[in-house]
Each structure stands twice: as structure tokens, then as C-alpha cells.
Design a protein. Structure first.
Length: 167
């Protein structure tokens, strides 16, 4: 009996403090965050990394097709990349690399042009550097794609939190 009570107590405390899931719809909201995310126009981002990031955002935002009359516009600056070598051996060879990707997102109202939200986003990953050049390229590309997916996740999260905030 006591174990059951201990399992239920945290949930009761969370509901008592006003906790609500970000993607949940409550009786006071006209639409949920998912529906509002689907009404955001995603601007173009230059370069290969920008295309990958934009496609990842499209997959996250437009679950039922692109919006016909978007109310908000999301613009991201070109993705900047920084590489560095870690774990240098006695022979001055690197055995580990680090990759940092960064961008700035801006959410604005399409009608007024007013900037509603601006955030600097960055993500860091490391990868192994081996004797095989092919393996190194694949490892670095995999790290880059993981970072771009993480930037898309961060972008979605920042916008969802902005849209969910009390007016």
C-alpha cells in the first residue's frame, strides 16, 4: 500500500503545481503547440548544412503538409562550423576531433514584421580520427548530421516554449 502511495505522490504534486506538457492542449487554449508550429513558414538557409537543417525542421513542423496561410516566419542564419583536434598523441597526431555548429534563429510575425523571438543555438560533438581517411570522413559527416538534427530539435523546443508561454 505504501509503495503505491509513493508511486502516485509525484504525479499528484505535479498536477497541483500547474505542470502541463508542452504539446498538450488544455480547455483554455484554442489550438495546441503542434498546430501552431505547423503555421510557421521556414525560410531558406544557404549551403548544404542549411538545406539539411531546413529539411529537418520541415519534418518536425509540417506533419500534415505545408501551411497555406502562415502567420509566423522562422529565419535561420547560415550554419557556422568550427573544427578542432583533441587528444593529440606524442607524435602530434590527433585521435579525436570536435565539431561545433552554430546558428541564430529569428521568429517574426509575417503581417507586422515584428521580431518575436531570437535565439543563438549551438551544438558540439566529438568523433574518432583513425588511420583510414574514408572512416574519418564518414565519422565526421555522421557527427555533423547529428549536430544538425540537434539544432533542429533546439529550434523546435525554443519555439514551442515561446508559443506555450502565458500571454
Amino acid at each position: 500500500m505504501m509503495k503505491r502511495l509513493l508511486l502516485i505522490a509525484p504525479f499528484l504534486l505535479l498536477t497541483a503545481c500547474g505542470f502541463q506538457p508542452v504539446y498538450g492542449v488544455n480547455k483554455y487554449e484554442a489550438t495546441g503547440v503542434e498546430n501552431r508550429l505547423a503555421q510557421i513558414e521556414i525560410g531558406g538557409i544557404p549551403d548544404r548544412e542549411g538545406q539539411y537543417l531546413r529539411n529537418a525542421l520541415i519534418d518536425r513542423f509540417y506533419r500534415e503538409g505545408r501551411p497555406q496561410n502562415p502567420s509566423l516566419r522562422l529565419q535561420l542564419t547560415p550554419v557556422t562550423e568550427s573544427k578542432s583536434n583533441l587528444d593529440i598523441t606524442i607524435n602530434a597526431d590527433a585521435t579525436r576531433g570536435q565539431l561545433l555548429l552554430a546558428t541564430t534563429m529569428t521568429l517574426s510575425d509575417i503581417k507586422t514584421g515584428k521580431k518575436l523571438l531570437t535565439r543563438n543555438l549551438q551544438s558540439i560533438a566529438s568523433y574518432n580520427i583513425l588511420a583510414s581517411e574514408f572512416t574519418n570522413r564518414v565519422s565526421e559527416q555522421n557527427a555533423r548530421e547529428n549536430l544538425l538534427d540537434d539544432l533542429a530539435r533546439q529550434t523546435e523546443q525554443q519555439i514551442a516554449l515561446y508559443l506555450k508561454r502565458p500571454q
